[in-house]
Design a protein around this ligand. Structure first.
Ligand code: TXA
Ligand code: MG
Length: 350
């Protein structure tokens, strides 16, 4: 049985937190809110709890998890060879949507790091998450609280949809603020490298570090062929992402939708407010992510909109891209992964 308990997002009831922490210390699984998405927590130093975590998510043991911490003292306890840049980033951006990859200390179980010599660490900016980690007294391993490959959860209801009966407790503190996962930065390379763009924009990192590399499938060269990327963050429907901007993008969105309709697809569209007039007359299901200029709003609505649109039953979802500035990079990354790499450029012919 999975119990769902409401907690105040700002001032969580200490008794509820103490109970959740007790479950974690006993090797159980507790889903909790962070500022990015809901995480599925387990004692990050307990291999038995970690094994249950992978099992509950259906996650392959080859995919390492992030350890969540509550104070800077935990950094040298879990990581070693910590470069000055790591301390600078930690002081500047923690708690917040930034995950640092560093060489691991032997205390970190191999299951947490999938056998890698490095560990991913993050201090989340959510009072419930911080209270829970503090009460548990151990680093908390927490992948997003979804079945492996599914869309990440931004509400407790999403967690329940994916993991009911598979975990012990869900702490419900309402929808999450950022809506996409943390930015993962590898500091073990000669140049700091973003492994996964996320809630902390690249520009914020570069303001402190200077140029950073982006290990990003969507901007690291030509669009890959369909099916080349592992599907992740994925809806049930097939998905295609249209990259481009302005009038061209809108024109091609409309053309593509009409083409898919003619081919007999039930079409869903993930669009910006500004695109609405261009497709308003078409018999398609529409989810509006927000204005092109409001990337925070788009990021926050992205996963719930994908879930809602998917539930309305289209066989094909056509999504538009929001560029690479600020949170645009993370939004593009998630759209392309949800589409399993099916990308079209607005300039290309179909
Ligand atoms: O915002 C977030 O980061 C959320 C919340 C719950 O904190 N967590 C999250 O965890 O997104 P997960 O497991 O869904 O994604 C963790 C990412 C994966 O892409 C994983 O490959 C990467 O971090 N990662 C973890 N350890 C790593 C390591 N040692 N080296 C490289 N990448 C690592
Ligand atoms: Mg995930």
């Amino acid at each position: 049985m999975t119990e769902v308990v409401s907690v105040d997002p700002q001032h969580p009831d200490p008794e509820i937190i103490a109970r959740a922490a007790e479950i974690l210390r006993e090797g159980g699984l507790v889903a909790f809110p962070t500022e990015t998405v809901y995480g599925l927590g387990a004692d990050g130093l307990n291999p038995v709890a970690l094994a249950r975590l992978f099992e509950a998510k259906g996650r392959p043991a080859t995919d390492p998890v992030i350890l969540h911490i509550v104070d800077l003292e935990a950094l040298p306890q879990l990581a070693r060879e910590i470069p000055p840049a790591a301390w600078t980033l930690a002081r500047r951006f923690w708690p917040g949507p930034l995950t640092l990859v560093l060489p691991k200390q032997p205390i970190v179980p191999d299951l947490a790091t999938a056998g890698l010599p490095t560990v991913a660490l993050r201090m989340p900016a959510h009072p419930v998450a911080l209270a829970l980690i503090r009460a548990a007294g151990v680093p908390i391993a927490a992948p997003s609280a979804n079945r492996f490959g599914h869309t990440s959860p931004t509400t407790a209801q999403h967690v329940l949809e994916d993991l009911a009966g598979r975990i012990d407790l869900i702490l419900d503190a309402g929808p999450t603020a950022i809506g996409v996962e943390s930015t993962v930065v590898d500091l073990t390379r000669p140049v700091p490298t973003i492994l996964r763009p996320g809630g902390l924009p690249r520009e914020a990192l570069e303001a402190i570090l200077g140029p950073v590399a982006v290990f990003d499938r969507s901007v690291a060269g030509p669009a890959p062929a369909p099916g080349m990327l592992p599907k992740h963050y994925a809806p049930r429907a097939e998905m295609v992402v249209l990259i481009g901007s302005g009038g061209w993008l809108r024109l091609r969105l409309r053309e593509l939708a009409i083409r898919y309709l003619q081919e007999g697809y039930r079409v869903g569209m993930l669009i910006a407010e500004e695109d609405q007039p261009a497709v308003a007359d078409l018999p398609v299901e529409i989810a509006v992510l927000g204005s092109e200029g409001d990337l925070e709003g788009v990021a926050r609505r992205l996963y719930p909109a994908m879930r809602d649109l998917d539930a309305r039953g289209p066989d094909l979802i056509l999504a538009r891209d929001f560029g690479t500035r600020g949170l645009g990079l993370a939004i593009r990354d998630r759209l392309i992964r949800a589409a399993g790499g099916r990308v079209m450029k607005a300039e290309d012919s179909p």
